[in-house]
Write a protein of this length. Structure first.
Length: 104
């Protein structure tokens, strides 16, 4: 967190994660991806929690991904080989989120 010192108080500002730095922080490595689609039926906290559980990413990365999905309608949330991507997609899909795997 970055602190902004104002005359009357200190305000915490979230660290900005760029698209490039996000790609380097995505869990896994390989030729397949997991794509998560936006929905209005889950809270951000629900999505953040399942992303952390399914992919092993940090809370900051999961939060960024949840907002990216919300704003863009979809986002790549994991990269790996086909078997790992299908496992991750299965965990995310089990809570009712729309997800798919595809070649990168």
């Amino acid at each position: 967190m970055v602190e902004l010192n104002t005359s009357s108080s200190v305000v915490d500002l979230p660290e900005v994660i760029s698209e490039k730095s996000l790609q380097s922080k995505l869990p896994g490595d390989g030729g397949w991806v997991v794509i998560l689609y936006n929905c209005d039926c889950h809270t951000f906290d629900d999505v953040i929690e399942v992303l952390q559980r399914a992919t092993g990413c940090t809370e900051d990365v999961a939060e960024f991904l949840a907002y990216k999905v919300h704003l863009d309608g979809r986002a790549i949330v994991f990269r790996s080989n086909r078997d790992k991507c299908e496992r991750v997609a299965s965990i995310i899909g089990a809570v009712g989120l729309q997800v798919e795997t595809d070649l990168a």
